[in-house]
Design a protein around this ligand. Structure first.
Ligand code: TYD
Ligand code: MG
Length: 455
């Protein structure tokens, strides 16, 4: 053994320093320097090879047995879907989201369902007392006798309880409340979170118990705690939505056992989170068609087409810097659409405040909604509604003012037709591939053409 040397390593970026610092000189994150001990003897290739015993050998991929993941049904279809078909045995899943969004509610509901089907579930909370959780359980009717509640924050004690209780599924709410006696820093600090997660991972993998871990987010919306947390776990879910609106979207950020493009939609009710299996119907529930500044667009979320209403309000202003406010739409995308409208259609927005909102709290990613957003803006600035009744718009806009084809256009149009839409504006190159009777499908190839057909 060589000499042991101590050094301080930033848990965020890996920067090493012989001295402790409150702020990492490399990445500027606070309180991330942790002392680590290293043996000074360096590894020199080939020196010890004769003493090393190996148990496993590299194998041809052809000879490795294929396995199907053993999954548990959470009893909540929308949750199963984002997980890729249920909870994989022995997996670690992180669920993050703003306070009050419904993480604890969702997990208590899932825990209840799982305990009824499979057996003992342990719900460990460092945030609420047993009585508080019981109150929520009453409200959610989550009162399975195999659902065990523990209010505890010490990782060692938690480990002991897990070994004694032998649950088939464990929930930790939340990782930021846990602490290790061996580390002096406060719960929630980088080193505490890292050590607690390591401990949980060790327990989970050694006993093949799946864990769900609640994690807080920072003000900027990133996961609080070290980035290693995200790398370590198998799946990262994010629970999003406006707290004031009843809809909640569960999104996969990382998934070792499925795709990351699926979303789950929920509605927060008095009796807990209800699944929304037909999101379009709910998002359009209160939509009055043919209103100034309002257009229904179709987008894809994973494998599902979803229809949502986009509203725009354009009002003249004398301000030097007019406002550009977008909720649910990327502001740079909005600016691009405005620039194309100004340049190609000669519609002036430079002296106007512009507000865009996606109804229902959904965030539109990608470009499928471009054309609809543009039409909502034009409708508002011209103060006129579209002349086509029950209109659904799909299409991407290019910088030269062209309407570009999009993938899955046919599936969105099919969904629209099922939902009772009668008129469709789609990119002309997509139109040929759509086979639908009884509806009016208009193919367009430029913005100019659309404006003439719609207003
Ligand atoms: P909660 O699950 O505690 O959020 P998180 O764990 O993400 O912080 O949910 C908090 C909100 O949900 C709370 O403000 C009340 C609301 N709620 C309902 O509307 N109905 C319900 O049945 C429950 C349990 C909560
Ligand atoms: Mg909570």
């Amino acid at each position: 053994m060589g000499k042991i040397k101590s050094c301080f390593v930033c848990q965020e970026c890996g920067y090493e320093s012989p001295k402790w610092a409150g702020k990492c000189p490399n990445c500027n994150s606070w309180n991330s320097m942790v002392e680590e001990f290293k043996s000074q003897q360096s590894y020199s290739a080939g020196s010890n090879l004769s003493k090393i015993k190996v148990n496993n050998m590299p194998q041809s991929i052809m000879n490795i047995k294929s396995i199907a993941y053993d999954r548990m049904n959470t009893g909540i279809n929308e949750l199963n879907r984002v997980l890729g078909g249920g909870i994989v045995k022995g997996s670690l899943t992180l669920i993050s989201g703003d306070p009050g969004i419904g993480k604890s509610t969702l997990l208590l509901q899932a825990a209840n369902n799982i305990s009824k089907q499979y057996g003992k579930v342990l719900y460990i909370s460092g945030e609420e007392s047993e009585e508080q959780i019981k109150l929520r359980g009453d409200r959610l009717e989550a009162l399975s006798k195999e659902l065990f509640i523990l209010s505890e924050t010490n990782v060692e004690i938690i480990e002991k309880h897990i070994i004694d209780t032998e649950p088939i599924f464990v929930i930790i709410d939340s990782i930021q409340t846990l602490y290790n006696d061996t580390i002096t820093s406060a719960p929630g600090s980088v080193s505490q979170v890292r050590e607690s997660s390591n401990a949980i991972m060790r327990i989970g993998k050694s006993k093949d118990i799946p864990f769900f871990i609640v994690a807080h987010v920072t003000k900027q919306g990133a996961l609080a705690g070290p980035k290693v947390l995200e790398h370590m776990v198998d799946t990262v879910l994010s629970f999003e939505g406006e707290r004031t609106e009843e809809f909640r979207i569960l999104r996969t950020i990382k998934n070792r056992f499925g795709t990351t493009s699926e979303i789950g939609v929920f509605e927060m009710r008095e009796t807990g989170l209800q699944e929304v299996s037909n999101p379009s119907a709910v998002f359009l529930e209160d939509t009055e068609f043919n209103r100034e500044g309002s257009i229904v667009i179709g987008i894809m979320e994973g494998t599902r087409p979803i229809l949502v209403e986009v509203q725009a309000l354009v009002s003249e202003t004398k301000a030097v810097m007019p406002r550009r406010t977008a909720v649910g739409v990327d502001t740079s995308r909005l600016n691009l659409i405005l620039a194309v409208l100004e340049k190609k259609l000669k519609i002036p927005f430079y002296n106007c405040d512009v507000y865009v909102n996606v109804v229902g709290g959904l965030n539109i990613e990608g470009t499928l909604g471009d054309l609809g957003i543009a039409l909502a803006l034009v409708s508002s600035i011209k103060s006129c509604e579209t002349k086509l009744e029950k209109l659904l718009v799909v299409g991407e806009i290019g910088l030269t003012g062209e309407v570009r084809p999009v993938t899955f256009c046919d599936r969105i149009v099919n969904e629209g037709s099922k939902m009772g839409f009668k008129n469709f504006i789609v990119p002309s190159r997509n139109k040929d591939k759509i086979n639908l009777n009884n509806v009016n499908i208009v193919g367009v190839s430029s913005l100019k053409e659309v404006i003439n057909k719609v207003f």
